[in-house]
Design a protein around this ligand. Structure first.
Ligand SMILES: [Zn+2]
Length: 300
């Protein structure tokens, strides 16, 4: 069964006119239920996350100041969200969702988080709507509990997975692969184990070929026993922050390539949702929904 992490706290009330499309975390599960891609049995609510698991990935000082709502105004500005206890609770719940998904993926082959992919969170700071790095936290959890030996992070959000790259810079057990827009935020890129910076207006053909070739090579060279997939849909041609020209169908093909590779090679996979900023909200929901539709089609 496709297990999907979701909790009411994923939907954080934001000030009016805030540029983050928070309502997608409410609409997406509704859409998937409505169209019959999932039933309520697919959804599960993650339990709270213990502090010791967080500080395995994030610096104690950063976590404590975040948890006590004591980040500096500058640090808060960089995250893009007002700092509230609801926000902290949201981030903890999402990170726990990715851990729980990882355990379900070991059982069912795949599991997905309706949020997460918070790849701009570093060991000691947050930025770009990311405060805690769910994929990094879940990776460390798997490694610490001997549930994985070699993890591949496939980060296909249009923005580089800079936080994840920094966190695992000196950890050979996690291979970070980021394919992103070369001219997109972040201006200063960190060094992943493999970075592919795509030129502006990259189209479906070039995008999918580049992904397919590199993913095949990585599966052979890295031999991962677990995959985290950051499935951001800000690669779409309609996206207002992305600069690529990938169509909705191209984005769906991308998901198929990643999920098929995992299934074929019998490597458990967790997808975290990542970004999506198309002005037409339906484009965002449709592209995210495709990731879940493709997972049901391929795995179940
Ligand atoms: Zn993004």
């Amino acid at each position: 069964m496709l297990k999907i992490s979701w909790a009411p706290s994923y939907v954080l009330p934001l000030p009016p006119n805030h540029r983050f499309p928070m309502s997608k975390y409410e609409i997406l599960p509704q859409q998937l239920l409505y169209e019959g891609t999932i039933t309520s049995a697919n959804l599960f609510e993650p339990a709270p996350l213990q502090e010791e698991v967080i500080v395995r990935t994030h610096q104690v000082d950063y976590w404590q100041r975040l948890n006590n709502l004591e980040l500096t105004p500058k640090e808060i500005r960089r995250t893009g969200f007002p700092l509230t206890s609801e926000l902290v609770n949201r981030e903890i719940t999402i990170a726990k969702g990715t851990i729980d998904c990882a355990l379900f993926a070991k059982q069912f082959g795949v599991a997905m988080n309706i949020a997460g992919g918070t790849h701009h969170a570093f060991t000691n700071r947050g930025e770009g709507f990311c405060l805690l790095n769910d994929i990094a936290i879940a990776s460390n959890y798997l490694l610490d509990h001997q549930l994985a030996k070699k993890i591949l992070v496939v980060d296909l959000d249009v923005h580089q997975g800079n936080g994840t790259a920094e966190i695992f810079r000196n950890d050979q057990r996690v291979f970070t692969f980021s394919m992103h827009g070369a001219n997109n935020y972040p201006l200063h890129k960190e060094t992943s184990d493999l970075d592919i910076g795509l030129p502006d207006f990259t189209n479906d053909t070039f995008y999918l070929k580049t992904l397919d070739t590199n993913l095949k090579n990585l599966l052979e060279a890295v031999e991962p026993d677990f995959i985290f997939f950051q499935s951001g849909v800000d690669i779409l041609d309609t996206d207002k922050l992305g600069k690529l020209s990938v169509t909705s169908e191209g984005c769906k093909q991308r998901d198929k390539i990643v999920l098929t590779s995992a299934k074929k090679n019998k490597i458990p996979l967790v997808a975290s949702m990542g970004g999506g900023y198309s002005p037409n909200f339906r484009d965002i929901i449709e592209a995210h929904a495709n990731t879940y539709r493709v997972a049901q089609e391929i795995f179940f």
